[in-house]
Design a protein around this ligand. Sequence first.
Ligand SMILES: C[S@@+](CC[C@H](N)C(=O)[O-])C[C@H]1O[C@@H](n2cnc3c(N)ncnc32)[C@H](O)[C@@H]1O
Length: 215
Amino acid sequence: MSLRGFNPYYRWVFPWLLDRVSKVVAPEREQLLAQAKGVVLEVGAGTGTSFRCYQGDVSKVIALEPDVGVMNRARNVLHYLPEAQRNRVELMIADAMDIPLVDNSVDTAVCFLVLCSVPEPDRVLNEIARVLKPGGQLLFFEHVLSDTEAIQRWQHRLNPFWHRCAGGCQLNRQTEACIVQAGFKLRQVRRYQHASFPVLVRQLVSGIAVNPRRD
Ligand SMILES: C[S@@+](CC[C@H](N)C(=O)[O-])C[C@H]1O[C@@H](n2cnc3c(N)ncnc32)[C@H](O)[C@@H]1O
């Protein structure tokens, strides 16, 4: 049983936790998203924390998010952005497993703490590869299965409980391998442990992958 129906938790506690996490990783977010350019697809845009991070090289941001309540919070964030930033963001209610965009239509895709939460990351990555132009970039920042065996064991053990309490998030994904399996070429990767994160989600992987697909 999912706790999604338990509204007080998902209305107040879970968004508060996400905001806390977002604050901790604000410098990482800014640094990574400064590399976005052209038409950007932000997958699982959440409450819109990334919107202010996109720089002048970005012409449009398609913010894809399946949760209407979360998207309404993103709409509020948008309201307070400077006009030039606000006008380039398009909010799209959709599931990343079936992205309603045509092939080769996006220059940059962004997955920031999202591939842990989607039901089928391989399917999402295939969809991203389809809509990304050949040579387009995927910017990613994800928590993953730990490099430390003892922590891995706890991640596997607690995953069923965590999954229910954290909006479908999985503790033990091997996202870097998934990205490669979907055909992306890793251009930059950084694996590290973030000391300010709880131990179960401390192992992070961040970087840039290129879509090599040609028609
Ligand atoms: C941990 S939050 C991160 C939100 C945002 N990227 C951020 O950095 O603040 C995970 C997000 O993934 C979204 N998500 C879950 N399943 C999804 C799916 N199938 N397609 C697109 N987004 C999804 C959730 O609704 C949620 O907004």
